[in-house]
Design a protein around this ligand. Structure first.
Ligand SMILES: NC(=O)c1ccc[n+]([C@@H]2O[C@H](COP(=O)([O-])OP(=O)(O)OC[C@H]3O[C@@H](n4cnc5c(N)ncnc54)[C@H](OP(=O)(O)O)[C@@H]3O)[C@@H](O)[C@H]2O)c1
Length: 295
C-alpha cells in the first residue's frame, strides 16, 4: 500500500484523506490542531502524526490542503530531508509563495507538484475535482496515482508552479466576484418585490444561466452549511489582486470585491459559507429616511 501524508485536515484535507483511504492508500494525517484529526483518523482507519516530520517519515506522497501562504510556508519550513517524496500542494496560495515553497522543498529532495483544485469537499469525496497541475514532467508522472484518485480532469499548466496558482486565482476571482455582483442584483430586485424565480427566468438561455441556476438558491437560503469558508474566499480575492499588482496591474474590480469580502469576514461571517455574502450585502440596505442623493 502506498503511503500518503495528508497535511491539513480542514474541510478539503479531511475529504481528501477519506477519498485516498477509500482508494487503498495508507493515510497518515497531520493537522496543526491535532484533536481535529483524531475523529477522522478513527473513521477512515488512518494514523495521526504528532509532527510534520513524523507524517513525512517513509511517506511516498504528501498532499497539502492548508489555508494560505503563511500556513504552507510554515509547514514547509518544518520539512527536513525528504529525498524522493512527491509533495503535492493543493492549497490555494499566491504565485509568489508557490515559487518560494517549491524551490525550498525541491532543495530538500522533494519532487514538487503544484496542484490547486476547483471543486469543494463533496467533489473531493467523489473524485470529481478539476486539478490545475504544474511541475517537472517526471514529478507530475510520479504524482499521478494521488492526483487521479481525486480528479476527473487535469489542466496542465506546464512546469512553473506559480502558473498553476495564477490560473486557480483567475478562476476564483471570476467565481467569487460574480457571486458578489449576483448578490447585489438579487438584493436589488428583491427591493422591487421580485425574487429568485423571476431573476432565474431572466437569465435563462443566456450566458448567466449556469451561474444563476447553481448559485441563486444557495445565496437566498437562510442557512447553508459551510463548504468554503468566507474568510478563504476573501483570501483568494486578496491573493488575486496581489498577483495582479505583482505584475503591474491595478485590478480595481478585484480590489473592490476583495475589500467587500474582507468587511464581511470581519463582521462575523469568516467561518460561514462564502454564499453568506448575499446576507451581508442585503444587511447594508438603508431605511427610507437614510437614503442618499442617488435615491
Ligand atoms: N473548501 C473549498 O471548497 C475549497 C476548494 C478549493 C480550494 N480550497 C483551498 O484549499 C485549502 C484548504 O481549504 P479548506 O476549505 O479545507 O480550509 P479549512 O477547512 O479552513 O482548513 C484549513 C486548514 O489549514 C490549517 N491551517 C490554518 N492555518 C495554519 C497555520 N498557520 N499553520 C498550519 N496549518 C494551518 C488548518 O488547521 P487547524 O485545524 O489547526 O485550524 C486546517 O487544517 C485552502 O487554501 C482553500 O483556499 C478550498
Amino acid at each position: 500500500m502506498a503511503r500518503v501524508a495528508v497535511l491539513g485536515t480542514g474541510l478539503m484535507g479531511s475529504a481528501a484523506a477519506e477519498r485516498l483511504a477509500s482508494k487503498g492508500f495508507e493515510v497518515i494525517l497531520w493537522n496543526r490542531t491535532r484533536s481535529k484529526a483524531e475523529g477522522l483518523a478513527g473513521r477512515i482507519g488512518a494514523r495521526v502524526a504528532g509532527s510534520v516530520e513524523e507524517a513525512l517519515d517513509r511517506a511516498e506522497y504528501s498532499i497539502a490542503f492548508l489555508a494560505d501562504d503563511d500556513a504552507l510556508m510554515g509547514v514547509a519550513a518544518r520539512v527536513g530531508r525528504v529525498d524522493g517524496l512527491v509533495f503535492v500542494n493543493s492549497s490555494t496560495v499566491t504565485p509568489q509563495a508557490s515559487s518560494r515553497v517549491s524551490e525550498y522543498l525541491e532543495g530538500r529532495g522533494a519532487c514538487y507538484v503544484e496542484a490547486p483544485v476547483l471543486g469543494g469537499p463533496k467533489a473531493v469525496r467523489e473524485g470529481r475535482l478539476i486539478v490545475i497541475e504544474a511541475g517537472r514532467d517526471h514529478c507530475k508522472r510520479l504524482a499521478h496515482p494521488v492526483v487521479s484518485a481525486l480528479a476527473e480532469r487535469v489542466v496542465d499548466a506546464g512546469e512553473d508552479p506559480a502558473r498553476a496558482q495564477a490560473l486557480k486565482l483567475a478562476f476564483n476571482q471570476l467565481l467569487i466576484g460574480s457571486l458578489a455582483i449576483l448578490s447585489e442584483a438579487l438584493a436589488m430586485v428583491e427591493s422591487y418585490g421580485l425574487g429568485v424565480d423571476k431573476l432565474r427566468e431572466v437569465y435563462e438561455g443566456t450566458v448567466f444561466e449556469a451561474l444563476a441556476s447553481k448559485y441563486l438558491e444557495r445565496l437566498a437560503s437562510e442557512e447553508w452549511p459551510t463548504s468554503f469558508r468566507l474568510a478563504l474566499a476573501s483570501k483568494d480575492l486578496d491573493y488575486a489582486r496581489r498577483a495582479a499588482w505583482a505584475a503591474g496591474l491595478p485590478a480595481p474590480v478585484t480590489s473592490a470585491a476583495a475589500e467587500l469580502f474582507k468587511l464581511a469576514a470581519h463582521s462575523g461571517l469568516a467561518n460561514s459559507d462564502y454564499s453568506r455574502i448575499f446576507q451581508f450585502l442585503r444587511g447594508l440596505k438603508r431605511g427610507p429616511g437614510e437614503r442618499g442623493v442617488e435615491a
